[in-house]
Design a protein around this ligand. Structure first.
Ligand code: ATP
Length: 202
């Protein structure tokens, strides 16, 4: 049985917090493959400065190109309607019926996981793998939260790691103001943003 990780997000833009998370969980769990899935955001949802799926997909390919075993997929972008993780995992479970699936996330996602659509089914389809993204989301807080999900039959793996506190929202704001974000973004992503004139004011 192989180990396949799934890592979804808006990635608007993909940043070093995403990359550090991915490197930590790959080091800890030795996946055979990790599939990164930029999510589709429906047209009626207003997200300040949301880039096209194509740009977000291209930036993920650039940012993760040097991590062995990572594949960036446009599967969620090709679906209609909202990207619900349960639908993605149902699909990939049918693609990989004999493998063990892992769903990778930052701590903000784990802490709101009980509000997700069909979260109990997600727990049956995949083990959750979580890394803290903020100093206040300590390993002990996450472990106690994991216990409540395990009581519902899930498996939750907390990978202890020093948080890298950055968000795409913060970076969109800085980029809009023309501030330098090169310490938070992969250099190829910086080049892509510049070459395509993205995240500019107005
Ligand atoms: P936004 O600010 O636009 O909401 P974001 O920075 O939270 O974006 P997403 O693309 O929504 O990024 O996140 C995708 C996944 O990566 C989520 O599971 C999220 O918890 C995780 N993640 C995002 N930033 C970090 C970080 N700095 N450290 C660890 N995990 C992170």
């Amino acid at each position: 049985m192989g180990k396949i990780g799934f890592f979804g997000g808006t990635f608007n833009p993909v940043h070093k917090g995403h990359k550090k998370l991915l490197e930590s969980v790959i080091r800890a769990l030795q996946f055979d493959k990790v599939i990164v899935l930029p999510s589709r955001v429906p047209p009626h949802k207003q997200v300040d400065g949301l880039l096209s799926g194509k740009d977000r997909l291209n930036m993920c390919k650039l940012a993760f190109a040097d991590i062995k075993g990572v594949e960036v997929s446009d599967w969620e972008l090709r679906q209609s309607g909202k990207s619900y993780s349960v639908l993605t995992l149902r699909h990939f479970k049918s693609e990989y019926p004999d493998d063990k699936l892992y769903f990778i996330m930052g701590s903000d996602m784990l802490l709101s996981f009980h509000e997700w659509y069909c979260y109990e089914e997600i727990l049956k389809l995949a083990s959750l793998v979580c890394v803290s993204r903020k100093n206040e989301d300590t390993t002990s807080l996450l472990l106690s939260y994991a216990k409540t999900l395990e009581q519902k039959g899930g498996e939750v793996i907390i990978v202890p790691e020093e948080p890298f506190e950055v968000s795409s929202t913060e970076l969109r704001d800085k980029l809009k103001k023309g501030q330098d974000c090169s310490c938070y973004l992969d250099k190829n992503v910086v080049q892509y943003i510049e070459a395509n004139n993205l995240y500019h004011e107005g």
